[in-house]
Design a protein around this ligand. Structure first.
Ligand SMILES: Nc1nc2c(ncn2[C@@H]2O[C@H](COP(=O)(O)OP(=O)(O)OP(=O)(O)O)[C@@H](O)[C@H]2O)c(=O)[nH]1
Ligand SMILES: [Mg+2]
Length: 356
C-alpha cells in the first residue's frame, strides 16, 4: 500500500472532515495497536516505529492463525516426529495431510511433485529437511504473483467490493476504510446493497466508527443509482477513496452478476479507468468452495484482487495456498477478526513465518 504510506497531511487547510478523529470507537486492544501508527507518535524515528508496528502486526497474525497451525503444521510435525528417513509411505501421508488441510488437491499435487523431485535428487535426506523444503515451496507458491500496481491515476480511487452473501464484505469495507482514514485519506462508502435496510445501517455504523462519509438512498432504490450519486458526491467533495458495498444475494428477478455488471458500468461511465479495484471477498471457513466462487465472479466481472475474511478461528487457512496457486489473482488482504484493526495486507513471508 505504498501510495497510501505517505505522511499523513496535517489537518490544517484540508477540507472539513465528515467526523472527528477515529479514536472513540476503538477497543482496548485497538488502542494498543494505535500506538504503533507512525503518524500518531511524535518524537521517535520512523524506522523504529515501523518495526514496532510490524511486531504488533506479526503477533496478531500469529495468534489468529493458531487454529490453522493446529490443523496443518502440527499435523505435519506429528507425522514427522520420530521418523528418521523419507520414504514413499511418509510422502503419501504428507500428501494426505496437505489435501485435508484445505490446500486443495491440485495445489497439493504440485507441491508434492516439487518435494518428490528433491527427494529423488537426494537434496533432502531427513524429515527435518523435508519440513524446511515444504515451508519453502509453500512460500514460493504464495509469492508467485507480482505485487499489485496500485498507483492511482486519478482521484477518487474507487474500490468495488463483491462476494456472495455473508462472506464478510461489509466488515471488510469497514476495516479497509479504517486503514485509509488512518493514513489521512478522506473516505466515502457507498451503500449499494439496497434491498435490506439492515445492510445500509450496518455500513452507516462502520462509517461512523471509522470517520468516513456514507452515501445511501432511502428505501429500496436501484443500486446503480446510489453508486451514481455516491461517485458524484465523492468528486464534488474531493474524496480520496470510494468503497462500494454490494449485495451478495439478489431478492428480485435480477441476476446478481447482472446487477454487479450494471454497477461496474455506472462507475466506468463516470471514471473511464474505474473501478480501480474490484475486490472479491471470500470466506476462509468455506474452504475449497471459495475457489469456485472466485472463478465465477472472475468470469463475470474481472476481479482484480481478493480479500480473504475469517482466517481467524478456522483450521482451513491452507486455503490461502490454493487461492494464490490456482486463481492467478493477487491476495491483497486477510481478515483476522471482527474488529476494526483485524485486516492486514497479505504478506507471504509473514504468513509462512507465522504458520510454521
Ligand atoms: N471472525 C471473523 N468474523 C468476520 C470476519 N469478517 C467478517 N466477519 C463476520 O462475518 C459476518 C458476516 O459479515 P458481513 O460483513 O456482514 O458479510 P457480508 O458479506 O457483508 O454479508 P451480506 O451483506 O449479508 O452479503 C459478521 O458477523 C462479521 O462480523 C473476520 O475476518 N473474522
Ligand atoms: Mg453486507
Amino acid at each position: 500500500m505504498k501510495w497510501f504510506r505517505k505522511k499523513k497531511k496535517r489537518e490544517e487547510g484540508s477540507q472539513e472532515p465528515a467526523h472527528e478523529a477515529v479514536g472513540q470507537a476503538l477497543e482496548p486492544e485497538d488502542e494498543q495497536q494505535a500506538e504503533h501508527i507512525p503518524e500518531l507518535v511524535e518524537p521517535a524515528g520512523e524506522a523504529v516505529l515501523l518495526e514496532a508496528e510490524k511486531e504488533g502486526f506479526f503477533r496478531r497474525l500469529s495468534n489468529r492463525l493458531s487454529n490453522t497451525r493446529k490443523g496443518f503444521v502440527s499435523r505435519v510435525d506429528r507425522l514427522l516426529l520420530g521418523k528418521t528417513q523419507i520414504d514413499e509411505e511418509l510422502l503419501e501421508e504428507l500428501e494426505e495431510v496437505l489435501i485435508t488441510s484445505d490446500i486443495g488437491v491440485q495445489t497439493t499435487m504440485a507441491l508434492m511433485e516439487k518435494l518428490r523431485e528433491k527427494v529423488e535428487r537426494k537434496d533432502l535426506s531427513n524429515p527435518e529437511q523435508l519440513r524446511m523444503a515444504l515451508q519453502n515451496e509453500i512460500l514460493a507458491f504464495l509469492k508467485v504473483l507480482p505485487g499489485p500496481d496500485r498507483i492511482p491515476q486519478e482521484k477518487p480511487y474507487i474500490i468495488m467490493v463483491v462476494g456472495v452473501n455473508g462472506v464478510g464484505k461489509t466488515t471488510t469495507i469497514g476495516k479497509l476504510g479504517n486503514r485509509f482514514v488512518r493514513e489521512g485519506k478522506r473516505v466515502l462508502l457507498i451503500a449499494a446493497d439496497t434491498f435490506r435496510s439492515a445492510a445500509v445501517e450496518q455500513l452507516e455504523i462502520w462509517a461512523e466508527r471509522i470517520g468516513a462519509e456514507v452515501v445511501r438512498h432511502k428505501g429500496k432504490s436501484d443500486p446503480s443509482a446510489v453508486v451514481y450519486d455516491g461517485i458524484h458526491a465523492a468528486r464534488s467533495r474531493g474524496v480520496d477513496v470510494v468503497i462500494i458495498d454490494t449485495a451478495g444475494r439478489i431478492h428480485t428477478k435480477v441476476n446478481l452478476m447482472e446487477e454487479l455488471k450494471k454497477i461496474r458500468r455506472t462507475v466506468t461511465r463516470q471514471h473511464p479507468y474505474a473501478p480501480h479495484e474490484i475486490l472479491l471477498v471470500l470466506d476462509a471457513t468455506t474452504g475449497q468452495n471459495a475457489i469456485s466462487q472466485a472463478q465465477l465472479f472472475h468470469e463475470a466481472l474481472g476481479i482484480t484482487g481478493i480479500a480473504l475474511a475469517k482466517l481467524d478461528g478456522t483450521a482451513k487457512g491452507g486455503i490461502v495456498v490454493g487461492i494464490c496457486n490456482s486463481l492467478g489473482l493477487p491476495l491483497r488482504y486477510i481478515g483476522l477478526g471482527e474488529e476494526v484493526n483485524d485486516l492486514q495486507e497479505f504478506d507471504a513471508d509473514a504468513f509462512v513465518k507465522a504458520l510454521f
